[in-house]
Write a protein that binds this ligand. Structure first.
Ligand code: NFS
Ligand code: SF4
Length: 636
């Protein structure tokens, strides 16, 4: 529909605006990268040592291997698992930061953070085996935070990670033990994987992939503790109504975008903003308006109802509105080009973390010991910037959609519990067994400009909904649905199949919310995907089947980041069929590609498949769900 490769109308308007002012966006840069190098695209380029880059040139004598003798399968396997290492490092380091903060709260060293959800604290403590009876909140907090931190430094290989052990069923754990992918410590596994893939260490592709899966289990472990501890610190999400798209940026307010991933800072900005409306008014605005981008946006959406401005691929376009006064960023998925985008306007890009700086942008070292004051100073920077805003340059697309979000596992079960208080998860199982819904799909992952921005996210959601698949969503995928107006009750009427509509009608009648439930339940940021897996684990138990028998699929139509590779990989290890909408750089080795798309199913029950076509992908996803249902019926 547009030369711009996005389905988002607001984004299209802003891309025209970028063109007018001569700013080259990520969409232009994506075009400039074409055509891609086939070696890199298929994964057969190795740069692991300084003799490289080595490419696989099968027709040249001596060219069918790297200089060291590494074959295509070794090169492809090593490249793939190094993505996992990067992703798991990012997720778990985020988790470690939260754990450290929680420990410091327990030790009385931090005053701007507190235990907001003591019930969750107790639930998590019980789950991981921390004594709760007769103990005070801070003592429990200290033990829970210490248990989380212990996940990182553990080097005793006779021990196992606490979190995945506590949340995963015994059969699956045994399978991981048997396949030697059960990790002991996060740092250890990640270091071992880098060692394993060093020049001249492992050349066995299957062994390398198993090393990668071990790291992927560290990823879910780090994710799970990040979610649990964030909920303890900031509260567990409950359904909220808000809005999404660039129209959520307000011309008459000081606009601050919260972008990145870590709620430690963004939550403080939310808290501080509540107290600082008058300062914004004194500067001539009508108040402060916060909007979210990427997963920090999802964090404050879940807990505070902060509106979504946009998702990953269109982050520069929030600046193009000319009304963004400051963009406060922490870590991950923040485009370095934001600074040049900001230079066209008055916008301040504020980096806040010691490991994330952008040359030429403003760095404000965030200090947890002085968190609220740090957040206030950042807001003051935005208010100052607002004073320099050029009204003639402001053009905000008048596009925004209603969003119903905030579906933590607790809030999902709470809704089901309105129908079946004794056994909430039974509600979902009954709906599956009655054929009202076919199964469940999680729509996850990033934006990837190898395709059209947001197109496949929405197309797949529509197809699955039509086929009565109950949808969960997270990360930038959830934001795609929110931006497109699909995360509300209207979308159920428009897109859900008859069975799914009936299911929603029953839920709506019981839920007692002031709004209708949305077409997909937004479980939060990518670091929160353990909420989805926990639901699947509960389903398996209630259905009396194993994880890989649950009618459940995962789809990441625009997977992009290393984190996405790690997430996809633990999904496969859990037994989940995982669709990826871009052709993965494993295709350069038939062997490795077969291992992850076929053999994985024999071992774990989960597997990857690559399918850039939304309709074909949806058909396959529905088929997989139906096949699992059919097998479950046969077993009875
Ligand atoms: Ni997930 Fe969230 Fe978005 Fe991808 Fe990046 S923000 S952590 S990695 S791009 S979904
Ligand atoms: Fe080439 Fe081997 Fe070095 Fe890779 S590790 S760059 S294949 S010599």
């Amino acid at each position: 529909m547009s030369e711009h490769k996005t389905i988002d109308v607001a984004a299209t308007q802003m891309l025209d605006r970028a063109k007018e002012i001569g700013f080259l966006t990520t969409f232009d840069r994506a075009k400039a990268q074409e055509p891609r190098c086939t070696f890199g695209n298929t994964g057969i380029c190795c740069r692991i040592c300084l003799q490289g880059p080595c490419r696989i040139l099968p027709k040249k004598p001596g060219g069918n291997k790297g200089i060291c003798g590494a074959a295509d399968y070794t090169i492809v396997a090593r490249n793939t698992v190094r993505y996992i290492a990067g992703g798991a490092a990012a997720h778990s380091d985020h988790g470690r930061h939260i754990a450290e903060t929680l420990l410091h709260v327990a030790e009385g060293k931090l005053h701007d953070y507190k235990v907001t959800d003591p019930d969750k604290l107790v639930r998590v403590a019980k789950r991981i085996g921390v004594e709760t009876e007769g103990r005070d909140v801070m003592a429990i907090t200290k033990d829970v935070a210490s248990a989380a931190l212990a996940e990182f430094g553990r080097v005793d290989e006779t021990q196992e990670l606490t979190w995945i052990n506590a949340y995963t069923d015994e059969k699956r754990l045994d399978l991981w033990r048997k396949t030697t992918i059960m990790p002991s410590g996060i740092n250890l596994s990640l270091a071992q994987l880098l060692h394993q893939t060093h020049v001249g260490t492992d050349s066995d592709p299957v062994n390398i992939i198993f090393g990668g899966l071990k790291a992927a289990l560290c990823d879910i472990d780090g994710q799970h503790l990040a979610t649990d501890l964030s909920d303890i610190l900031f509260g567990t999400g409950v359904p909220v109504v808000t809005e999404a798209n660039l129209g959520a940026i307000k011309a008459d307010k000081v606009n601050i975008a919260l972008h990145g991933h870590n709620p430690l800072l963004s939550q403080m900005v939310v808290n501080a903003a509540k107290e600082m409306q008058d300062e914004a008014k004194a500067a001539g605005a009508t108040g402060i308006n916060l909007v979210g981008i990427c997963c920090t946006g999802n964090e404050v959406l879940m807990r505070e109802g902060v509106a979504i401005a946009t998702n990953f691929a269109t982050q520069e376009l929030a600046v193009m509105t000319g009304a963004m006064d400051a963009m406060v960023v922490d870590v991950q998925c923040i485009m370095p080009s934001l600074r040049s985008a900001a230079e066209c306007f008055h916008t301040k890009i504020v980096t806040t973390m010691p490991i994330m700086k952008i040359p030429g942008s403003y760095h404000f070292a965030f200090d947890e010991h002085n968190a609220i004051n740090s957040a206030k100073e950042i807001i003051r920077l935005a208010i100052e910037a607002y004073k320099n805003r050029d009204a003639s340059k402001v053009s905000i697309p008048e596009i925004k959609n209603t969003v119903v979000a905030g579906f933590s596992l607790e809030s999902i079960l709470n809704i089901f519990g309105k129908i079946n208080p004794e056994n909430p998860i039974r509600v979902l199982v009954d709906a599956i067994e009655a054929g009202e819904i076919k199964g469940i799909a999680s729509l996850i992952g990033c934006n990837n400009l190898k395709g059209t921005h947001d197109q496949n996210h929405t197309a797949i959601a529509i197809e699955l909904a039509k086929n009565d698949v109950f949808l969960l969503a997270g990360g930038c995928s959830a934001q795609a649905h929110a931006l497109a107006g699909m995360m509300n009750g209207e979308a159920v009427k428009k897109y859900a199949g008859e069975g799914l509509k009936k299911f929603f009608a029953r839920l709506n009648a019981a839920a007692g919310l002031t709004t209708e439930l949305p077409l997909m339940f937004h479980t939060g940021s990518c670091v929160d995907y353990s909420r989805q897996q926990d639901l699947v684990n509960m389903l398996a138990k209630e259905m009396g089947v194993e994880n890989h028998e649950v009618p459940y699929v995962v789809s990441a139509p625009e997977a992009m980041s290393e984190k996405a590779v790690a997430i996809g990989s633990w999904n496969v290890a859990y037994g989940n069929p995982t669709h990826v909408g871009v052709i993965a750089p494993t295709v350069g080795s038939q062997l490795v590609n077969d291992v992850v798309t076929k053999i994985a199913e024999d071992v774990f029950g989960g597997f990857f498949f690559w399918e850039p076509d939304a309709l074909k992908a949806s058909e396959r996803l529905v088929e997989i769900i139906e096949e699992r249902n059919w097998k479950n019926a046969m077993r009875k």
